[in-house]
Design a protein around this ligand. Structure first.
Ligand SMILES: Nc1nc2c(c(=O)[nH]1)N[C@H]1C(S)=C(S)[C@@H](COP(=O)(O)OP(=O)(O)OC[C@H]3O[C@@H](n4cnc5c(N)ncnc54)[C@H](O)[C@@H]3O)O[C@H]1N2
Ligand code: MOO
Length: 341
């Protein structure tokens, strides 16, 4: 810290807040600690009686917190993210440019946060976010930070930004609803509207819904018919449990795609099935997706439509955090459900 004449202070960084009091009008901070003095500030500083200022020792090996924060932004802000233009006290926040899936490199984030004097705090990976939602905040802690350190961060992490928002693909989704009770009109279908509502949540349209009885060949034909009609995803509802007459998994197998997983360590959602026929995801949804507010579907569907090709390990990883607490007021995705990945 050094005392200098205010008239010579341009470019220097204040070590303390400067208060302004105007009787009956204002009492507050005129300039904050950490502010870098500009030409136009000199007159104001003199007008509050500051002929001298306490500033940081000018040292070319140091970088101001706001300038350093811009480097953090550079290494973090990937596709689909933006700032609101504000940098305050070394802090910058990132927002979603469009609705999509929040993606981030958790390993490199850990590495970055292992460095002293800087912090990057984010929301969870794979959170579905709306345009304009906050994604992350980053901050440089001291008023001035070692310049060399920041340049090294830029070099080490600047190759690929850590945080991005993956846009959703406009899938054409065909629904196949199985079950004799629905097919023969013994009960009214209440599954279709739930799925259509969930598709709408992601701006997707349903190509239509067809019905099949508990017969593997007929379910297989119904799935294939959607693929023939150009569906880019097929969702089957019902018949996913282990009862002998629950034949949907057998029907999906007959389509001949790759079964990624039958079963998921998620409650509700234990009987979920995911397969791919070439590029086309075929999903088998258990009954819980119809009646439970949030299930395995809500954890995996955003990732599928954001273009992730899921593997068995992705499903197995869901176990940590895969227990929905069924709260009376559901706050998903702002809760622990699905946050272990
Ligand atoms: N031995 C085991 N049995 C079950 C297990 C298990 O792990 N071991 N898991 C249970 C869980 S968890 C679920 S979830 C269900 C999976 O159910 P399914 O997908 O097989 O559903 P269904 O048996 O076809 O139907 C259940 C229930 O929902 C009604 N339903 C189905 N589709 C419709 C529709 N489109 N509209 C209206 N209602 C529908 C159906 O009539 C049944 O009442 O398995 C457990 N069993
Ligand atoms: O799988 Mo059930 O699918 O847990 O509710």
């Amino acid at each position: 810290m050094r005392k200098i004449k205010t008239v010579q202070a341009v470019g220097h960084i204040l070590c303390h807040d400067i208060t302004q009091i105007i009787k009956d009008e204002k009492k507050g901070v005129l300039f904050k600690k950490g502010h870098q003095v500009k030409e136009e500030d000199i007159e104001k500083l003199l007008s509050v009686g500051k002929d001298h200022l306490y500033v940081w020792e000018y040292d070319s090996s140091k970088m101001h917190e706001n300038e350093a924060a811009l480097i953090l932004k550079e290494v973090c802000a990937g596709e689909g993210t933006c700032t609101n233009g504000s940098i305050q006290e070394g802090k910058i926040e990132l927002f979603a440019k469009y609705s999509g899936l929040l993606d981030l490199d958790v390993d490199r984030l850990l590495e970055l946060n292992g460095i002293e004097e800087i912090v990057v705090a984010t929301r969870h990976r794979y959170t579905p976010v709306q345009k304009g939602e906050k994604l992350a905040g980053m901050r440089v802690i001291p008023l001035v930070i070692d310049q060399e350190k920041m340049l090294q961060i830029r070099e080490r992490f600047g190759t690929k930004p850590l945080i991005s928002v993956k846009p959703y693909t406009k899938h054409r989704v065909g629904i196949v609803t199985t079950g004799n009770e629905v097919y023969y009109g013994r009960i009214k279908d209440t599954f279709g509207s739930v799925i259509k509502g969930k598709l709408e949540e992601y701006g997707l349209e349903c190509c239509g819904q067809t019905f099949a009885p508990d017969d593997a060949n007929q379910i297989t034909q119904a799935i294939e018919a959607w693929i023939q009609k150009g569906a880019t995803m097929v969702i089957c509802t019902g018949g996913m449990s282990v009862d002998p007459d629950d034949v949907t998994p057998a029907a999906i197998r007959q389509v001949g795609g790759k079964i990624v997983s039958y079963g998921a360590p998620v409650l509700p959602g234990a009987m979920f099935l995911l397969s791919y026929k070439g590029e086309i995801p075929i999903l088998g949804l258990p009954g819980c997706v119809m009646y439970a507010k949030r299930t395995v579907f809500d954890l995996l569907f955003p990732r599928i439509i954001a273009g992730e090709r899921l593997e068995k390990k992705d499903i197995a990883t869901l176990g940590h955090g895969g227990l929905c607490l069924n709260c009376s007021t559901c706050t998903f995705p702002s809760c622990s459900f699905g946050k272990g990945v």
